[in-house]
Design a binder for this molecule. Structure first.
Ligand SMILES: NC(=O)C1=CN([C@@H]2O[C@H](COP(=O)(O)OP(=O)(O)OC[C@H]3O[C@@H](n4cnc5c(N)ncnc54)[C@H](OP(=O)(O)O)[C@@H]3O)[C@@H](O)[C@H]2O)[C@@H](O)CC1
Ligand SMILES: Nc1ncnc2c1ncn2[C@@H]1O[C@H](COP(=O)(O)OP(=O)(O)O)[C@@H](O)[C@H]1O
Ligand SMILES: [K+]
Length: 498
């Protein structure tokens, strides 16, 4: 996993590397800027007119090195330095001298000196990086305004000028980048929907900062990598009863598709034995669509009214397609009160929890909740910013000792101790009805196979996204539908078995 660092920790990692590698600060700047150019060159067509805007801090220093390297590669580059040279950092000054030998550098000291930026230009933003210390105003804000109005493609160095790596949006001007090429580790803001307009598509380039130091930084947020994902395994004498017995409580009249999707996903995720508790109307549907499962009929024709906690199953999962009928609310409440092992709750089970919040206290510790943002808002109330949303996620998980995934792009998986793991897999093709039901089946099956609840949740979210990515390659994001996720689950599992 990649730790997500605060602005201060990023500075510390720079300093530690400079002190211990050893590498001089100016050479680290050279290395970072060259890594930027390597990525930039894969994204920008040759022959583009490149305009680089630099402040006089180290982010601007990077801009000057990038200019030098691009000029040496025969690109058409103009450089604009905004702000006072008196405040320039040492590394900026050295690179200013080196660049002056090669080309003219425009100084922008007032509004009249702000250049016209054609829409077909490519802008590189080196005004401010992780050293931003206050909202951007005055001349800098005017430059940013021109950049944003130009319609040009904008590549931010490290982070868009005006953004803090780890804090909510400031009131000042902010560059709206189309791409951010960031150094060493992703910033927290890259995972927040409200920041997308400023961050654009982001890329992380390795600049060789000290890896053990980075791994030792104390942080409560991480970016998951494939190597963090554990999977269940089979051994020679396993039989269906030892490979995970799951009771899935799902479906109501008109929503048997949700039950079908969850059930099939569970079987594809290695569940040994699957029971499905469903209203009578679901019997034939499930027997035909999931022949591997045993179906237990509720007394009621259309909704779930009573679930007996069974001792012949390892895990209970409830929610997909159950509705919020008062009889079903009572059934869930009874089930929770009679269950002591971690269970999986999704969809309408979460809506029922929101209607009866006292049930949260009764949930078995380490249970798993899988809300999408709508269900999450019903559970914890509305939020004013994505930062507050993450705080609420941590609060819910820690207060009730739960593992919770807040689903969406970069789904945030939160452990009961409040550690957040952003998921790297998945794509917008998965924004389609039934995708969440598939996730429930995967996570429940992994839990039933004996994985620890948090590991099962993090792995399930990763595999679900990976199946989505495999499906998108084959059917395209637009055509992707939830059943495709099940079809591509085997490919996702195989990919993790290196
Ligand atoms: N060796 C290294 O460390 C490496 C660093 N690297 C690069 O350095 C970047 C960080 O550089 P940095 O720390 O110099 O800060 P930076 O973002 O350039 O800005 C600071 C300057 O801006 C000023 N300022 C701030 N806010 C302002 C405002 N609102 N309006 C006006 N002025 C404002 C601030 O002034 P002050 O707050 O002191 O008044 C100061 O002068 C990092 O993102 C990466 O690109 C890489 O090369 C790898 C090696
Ligand atoms: N833009 C996206 N990028 C990545 N994953 C997405 C995106 N949109 C949706 N998903 C994933 O698809 C699933 C949708 O779940 P949910 O909203 O509960 O669907 P449903 O209720 O229809 O089953 C979640 O796992 C979510 O992470
Ligand atoms: K920048």
């Amino acid at each position: 996993m990649i730790p997500i660092l605060t602005a201060q920790q990023i500075r510390d990692a720079d300093q530690y590397t400079i002190g211990h590698e050893p590498i001089t600060s100016i050479n680290l700047m050279e290395r970072a800027s060259r890594a930027f150019v390597r990525k930039f060159s894969t994204l920008v067509p040759g022959g583009s007119r490149i305009m680089i805007f630099c402040g006089t801090g180290n982010n601007g220093g990077d801009g000057l090195v990038i200019a030098r390297v691009l000029i040496q590669q025969a690109h058409d580059v103009s450089i604009f330095v905004v702000g006072s040279m008196e405040r320039a950092t040492e590394d900026f000054k050295v690179n200013f001298e080196r660049l002056s030998v090669l080309t003219g550098i425009h100084q922008v000291a007032n509004e009249d000196q702000i250049p016209n930026i054609p829409g077909n230009a490519v802008v590189i933003d080196g005004l401010f990086g992780s050293g931003l210390s206050r909202p951007v105003s005055g001349l800098f804000a005017n430059v940013i305004d021109q950049i944003n109005k130009s319609g040009a493609e904008v590549y931010a160095i490290d982070i868009s000028s005006g953004l803090y790596p780890d804090q909510p949006l400031s009131e000042g001007a902010v560059v709206e980048a189309t791409h951010t090429i960031s150094f060493q580790t992703p910033k927290l803001i890259f995972f927040l929907p409200e920041m997308r307009k400023y961050v654009g598509q982001w890329h992380v380039v390795d600049i060789g900062l000290d890896e053990p130091f980075i791994q030792s930084c104390e942080t409560d947020a991480f970016f998951t990598q494939a190597r963090d994902i554990a999977l269940p395994s089979r051994s020679t004498f396993d039989h269906k009863g030892s490979a995970g017995r799951l009771l899935l409580i799902a479906g109501s009249k008109g929503k048997m598709g949700a039950a079908t999707l969850s059930a099939r996903a569970a079987m594809r995720s290695g569940c040994g034995l699957l029971y499905i508790h469903t209203p009578c109307c679901g019997l034939n549907i499930l027997q035909v669509n999931v022949p591997e499962a045993m179906v237990i009929e509720d007394e009621h024709t259309e909704v779930i009214t009573e679930v007996m906690p069974a001792d012949n199953v390892d895990v209970l999962a409830m929610g997909p397609g159950i509705g919020t009928n008062s009889l079903t609310q009572k059934a869930l409440a009874d089930l929770i009160l009679h269950t002591s092992e971690p269970m999986v709750l999704d969809a309408d089970a979460l809506n029922i929890l929101a209607l009866n919040p006292e049930l949260l206290n009764a949930l078995p510790p380490e249970s798993i909740l899988t809300p999408h943002p709508g269900e999450f808002a019903r559970l914890v109330g509305a939020w004013r910013s994505d930062f507050e949303k993450l705080e609420k996620l941590r609060w819910l998980a820690k207060t009730y000792q739960l593992n919770v995934v807040l689903k969406g792009a970069y789904s945030a998986v939160c452990s009961s101790r409040g550690y957040l793991y952003f998921n790297p897999t998945g794509n917008p093709g998965m924004a389609t009805a039934g995708s969440g039901d598939v996730l429930t089946g995967i996570v429940a099956a992994l839990l039933a196979q004996g994985m620890a609840p948090f590991d099962a949740l993090r792995a399930g979210v990763y595999l679900h996204g990976q199946a989505g990515d495999e499906a998108a390659i084959n059917v395209g994001e637009i055509s992707l539908m939830a059943s495709d996720l099940i079809e591509y689950l085997p490919a996702a599992f195989k990919k993790l078995h290196f």
